[in-house]
Design a protein. Structure first.
Length: 263
């Protein structure tokens, strides 16, 4: 028999001593209230003091901690700060795009994808980077093969964010792909392929923002401001694209502390 219950833990509720039958068996269902209370006491006495949970680390999502920085964007280079009117127009255009996408999402989702389009699984980071950017940009290949004149090879140049593609992406996938591309952009240069996908993913992002998405788009705006300052040749088209992303994050998604001051 186990040590007395009183030695292992004190009584919290008064329970009178009771006479149990000689054939009392704690492994069978109790027949009386007294047997039930005795069984509870025995089971409590057998519980270990410390219990360690067995957790499969493979089932945990990486980067679960959400860090939200309060630092703002770096100012635009002199002469490249967008006007307030331009920013307001971009927000209006973006809002119209989102409304159209939401209205016709079911229609585009029902459209058949071309046989060469295979969307990666949500957790396939490398697959999505290659899918969106193409092997040429992702692998930083300077030239395409001689077969490029036979037609567009989307494996090499990346698939554009077609409505039939982005309409099939749920919010978890949208957020994941956004995270993958922002991670890539953190160490690489800005490209038209990246810009098109960032715009499309922002258009698919639902409001109100989840904390993870909130952190991601702020990170994106700050990175755009860094690249904008470091742009050596001051490519007007590229700076305009970076201005656009900062504008949408700050003024459409209400991150006003990141907004460019009107020129």
């Amino acid at each position: 028999m186990e040590p007395s219950v009183e030695e292992l833990m004190p009584r919290l509720l008064p329970v009178d001593d009771c006479d149990l039958a000689e054939d009392f068996d704690p492994t069978v269902p109790p027949r009386t209230p007294q047997e039930y209370l005795k069984r509870v006491q025995i089971e409590a006495a057998r519980c270990p003091d410390v219990v360690v949970a067995q957790i499969d680390p493979r089932k945990l999502r990486k980067k679960q901690t959400v860090n939200i920085s309060i630092s703002g964007c770096q100012p635009a280079p002199e002469g490249y700060s967008p006007t307030l009117k331009w920013q307001q127009q971009q927000v209006a255009n973006f809002s119209a795009v989102r409304q159209s996408l939401n209205k016709r999402r079911n229609h585009w989702r029902s459209q058949h994808l071309d046989s060469n389009v295979t969307m990666p699984k949500s957790e396939d980071e490398e697959g999505w980077k290659k899918f969106c950017l193409g092997e040429k940009v992702y692998s930083e290949i300077d030239a395409l093969s001689d077969n490029e004149n036979l037609g567009i090879d989307y494996i090499k140049v990346g698939f554009p964010p077609l409505l039939s593609i982005v309409s099939r992406m749920n919010q978890a996938t949208v957020t994941s792909v956004l995270e993958y591309l922002i991670s890539w952009f953190g160490e690489k240069k800005f490209t038209p392929e990246l810009g098109r996908w960032l715009y499309a993913l922002l258009a698919c992002l639902e409001k109100p923002l989840l904390p993870e998405a909130h952190s991601l788009i702020r990170q994106l705006a700050r990175r755009c401001s860094e690249v904008r300052v470091l742009e050596e040749n001051k490519n007007e088209e590229q700076i305009s694209a970076l201005n656009l992303i900062i504008c949408l994050v700050s003024r459409y998604f209400d991150q006003r502390d990141l907004a460019d001051e009107p020129s």
